[in-house]
Design a protein around this ligand. Structure first.
Ligand SMILES: Cc1cc2nc3c(=O)[nH]c(=O)nc-3n(C[C@H](O)[C@H](O)[C@H](O)COP(=O)(O)OP(=O)(O)OC[C@H]3O[C@@H](n4cnc5c(N)ncnc54)[C@H](O)[C@@H]3O)c2cc1C
Length: 406
């Protein structure tokens, strides 16, 4: 049970990923005290090169939490491909298209469906949070009582607050301690993820129909290639210099994000071999799997930048019933990690962050903390696990992923 006396919560957030940073932006904007602790030693420690499709939920969350000038910067640079997901067979014969809901609200700066690279979005989310985000602090657990919760760190230090938020992703140490019965399962699907510079030659070779949010190319035996263009509306560096000069971007080029997917038991390399293999070896393995496919698909994979090729093991959380509310809560992948097969995980993490900002803002006007967190968790559990189920069903159908256990 939480004591409900606090109208000025101090919020401790573990994890400076997309969800944790969006929450920090929202809380700071609402005048609520917040500190974020991130295990990586800096924002650039790990390559985080995934392209992200921002949908209506993500857009709304970013608009609600970010200072308007930073949201305006995203709107100015984010790519605006056609709002649909195309299906093709391995000879690039159309196999249906799924049109995404792209209703626009009057006055909106940004359409419902856009794309950016993750490092670009993360750089924007980090802007202005230098005094709030503490890098090189790996959380190893927490202690709590009715008034406070204290996060413990690997360096021997600790941080105390009135609420602790687990935004520490799929391997969350907070979830492991708080909800030890929550399960994350291996779907047995492996993705080899990479990118190709979208040169004028490659753009000419790409049918206009493929300039869409996502292209799903499915061949025999559930072999899968996903192709997704990232074409900036304005170069991020130039847009930042006009709109928000404090945002320090690396130069970013237009690319095609490309992933190959197959079940692990159908690949010739084991997990350990996938992790150890250099990029060229992974590309070779993928090209062997694409023998006889349409020449444009093999040309795209041949163009993969070796340093950007990496394997991903696809995991999914198993939906669980609600738990009693306390002063520890969770958001994003820490509680409802999902297969990327619906392209929704980051959007739901952003949604959670905006919803938790609203809940904690209500506390500052007198709402009991327990009630605010309970209602946040109810909606977060419903929406998060709804998307977990949908993503798992997509992955089972397209890639032959193991279905979620009952
Ligand atoms: C191939 C691929 C493609 C995807 N495409 C899309 C897409 O198009 N659209 C979409 O919506 N989603 C997509 N996703 C999903 C999306 O990437 C995740 O759902 C999203 O990043 C979750 O955000 P998060 O903030 O919850 O966690 P994360 O972004 O994983 O952040 C967690 C942070 O916590 C830190 N951390 C972990 N443990 C500790 C600790 N003990 N102490 C301190 N810090 C810690 C980590 O270093 C990390 O910075 C994709 C995923 C994959 C794998």
């Amino acid at each position: 049970m939480i004591r409900n006396s606090t109208r000025r919560p101090h919020v401790i957030v573990i994890g400076a990923g997309l969800g944790g940073l969006c929450l920090a932006q929202g809380l700071r904007r609402a005048g609520i005290s917040v500190a974020v602790y991130e295990q990586d030693s800096s924002a650039n420690t790990r390559a985080q090169g995934h392209r992200l499709h921002i949908d209506g939920q993500g857009r709304q969350a970013l608009a609600a939490t970010l200072p308007p000038r930073l949201f305006g910067l995203i709107a100015a640079i984010a790519g605006r491909p056609a709002a649909k997901v195309n299906g093709f067979d391995h000879q690039l014969r159309p196999a249906g298209a799924f049109f995404l809901d792209d209703r626009e609200c009057a006055g909106d700066l940004m359409p419902t469906h856009t794309v950016v690279d993750r490092p670009v979005l993360r750089r924007i989310l980090l802007t202005g949070l230098d005094d709030i985000v503490h890098f090189g602090r790996r959380c190893i657990g927490y202690d709590s009582d009715t008034d406070t919760v204290t996060a413990q760190f690997a360096d021997g230090g600790s941080a105390r607050g009135s609420v602790l938020v687990a935004a520490d992703g799929v391997g969350s140490v907070i979830r492991t301690q708080y909800l030890p019965h929550a399960r994350v399962v291996d779907t047995r699907v492996r993705l080899i993820y990479s990118r190709v510079p979208l040169t004028p030659d490659l753009r000419r070779a790409l049918p206009d129909a493929m300039v869409a949010v996502f292209n799903s190319v499915v061949g025999p035996d559930n072999r899968f290639v996903g192709v997704a263009p990232v074409q900036y509306r304005q170069p991020p560096v130039a847009a930042a210099s006009q709109l928000a000069p404090e945002v320090a971007f690396e130069p970013a080029e237009d690319t095609l994000a490309v992933m190959f997917g197959r079940r692990l038991d159908q690949l010739e390399l084991s997990d350990a071999e996938l992790r150890a293999a250099p990029g060229q070896r992974l590309r070779e393995m993928v090209l062997d799997n694409l023998s006889g496919w349409h020449p444009l698909v093999t040309r795209i994979v041949e163009g993969w930048t070796p340093a950007s090729i990496h394997p991903i093991a696809v995991h999914s959380s198993v939906p669980l019933p609600p738990w009693p509310t306390s002063n520890v809560t969770l958001l994003g992948d820490a509680i409802h990690t999902m297969s990327p097969a619906a392209g929704a995980g980051a959007n739901i993490a952003l949604r959670d962050a905006a919803a938790l900002t609203t809940a904690l803002t209500e506390v500052t006007t007198g709402r009991p903390l327990h009630d605010a967190l309970r209602d946040y968790e109810q909606a977060m559990i419903d929406e998060g696990f709804r998307m977990v189920r949908m993503s798992a069903a997509n992955a089972t159908q397209t890639l032959g992923a193991d279905p979620l256990p009952i």
